[in-house]
Design a protein around this ligand. Structure first.
Ligand code: NAP
Length: 241
């Protein structure tokens, strides 16, 4: 009986590395990136076909437990996992790294969504560092009067802001590198989702006095939630998991 890890994050890869020698494990990736970093154990790539498709996969392949270790902003697959696990009776654990907390010297403006961030943006700055991922770029296409520096793993497709420079890159990044990037491009506002994890860009923004537009996380649709791969591995070793 295998464990299914819904992945696409560093935490998911670390969990697969922790348990691959103990249990049969399959990691699932959406297939968004052309050269994904692959975890230990087996890997499948591509969508399941909604809740019904995922529930069918759980039944057909004899999955005994699911760990939803997807990105905090991958809300659709997390909701699908909660519904498919409820329908099939397969135990579900959500693995989510903690979000960020503002500290002394930070000027953060929290909003509930990317469209809210786009609406507030022109009041905060004109030279924008966008780190919200290429899928969110279209939301900023209608924002006038701003210049954008966007960083993503893959090049954007679809609508993008008119004044846009794209930087391709995959983290983790260093505080020194982020400081150079922000200062070098005379960035006066940073837009980010509250993804958690490495906070180099936030440290650099604080040091340079640059305000941050922070998009809050969607609500986690699971009842059992842990924040580290080690806790998830421990759960899988209990009768519950
Ligand atoms: P999403 O909006 O929550 O999901 C859209 C659809 O993609 C899902 O309905 C599902 O298709 C498929 N999918 C998503 N994650 C999958 C997985 N791990 N395995 C198989 N199918 C998956 O997801 P998203 O925000 O586009 O993110 C896609 C992937 O990139 C996730 O694995 C996530 O961990 C990773 N990621 C996302 C972000 C982000 O900011 N959103 C950042 C870094 C990494 P079906 O309905 O056909 O099953």
């Amino acid at each position: 009986m295998r464990v299914l890890i819904l992945g696409g994050t560093g935490e998911a890869r670390r969990l697969a590395g922790l348990i691959a020698g103990e249990f049969p494990v399959v990691s699932s990736l959406a297939g968004r990136t052309s050269t994904p970093l692959l975890p230990a154990g087996r890997v499948r790539i591509g969508g399941f076909g909604g809740v019904a498709g995922l529930a069918g996969y759980l039944r057909d392949t004899g999955v005994r437990a699911v760990v939803d270790a997807t990105h905090p902003f991958a809300a659709v697959i997390s909701r699908n996992a909660a519904e498919a696990c409820a329908a099939t009776g397969v135990p579900l654990l959500v693995l989510r790294r903690p979000g960020w907390t503002a500290g002394p010297g930070d000027e953060w403006h929290r909003v509930a969504s990317l469209p809210e961030a786009a609406a507030l943006l022109p009041r905060l700055g004109r030279r924008v560092f966008l780190t919200t991922g290429r899928q969110g770029l279209a939301v900023f296409a209608g924002v006038d009067g701003c210049w954008f520096l966007s960083r993503s793993v893959e090049p954007p497709s679809g609508a993008v802001p008119r004044n846009l420079t794209v930087l391709l890159g995959r983290g983790p990044f260093t505080v020194e590198g982020e400081r150079e990037l922000i200062a070098g491009h005379r960035i006066d506002v940073l837009v980010t989702k509250d993804s958690g994890g490495s906070a180099a860009k936030l440290t650099a923004a604080r040091e340079l006095g640059v305000p941050v537009l922070m998009v809050n996380r969607p609500v986690v649709p699971g009842t059992r939630v842990v924040s580290t791969p080690e806790e998830a591995a421990a759960w899988l070793r209990t009768p519950d998991g």
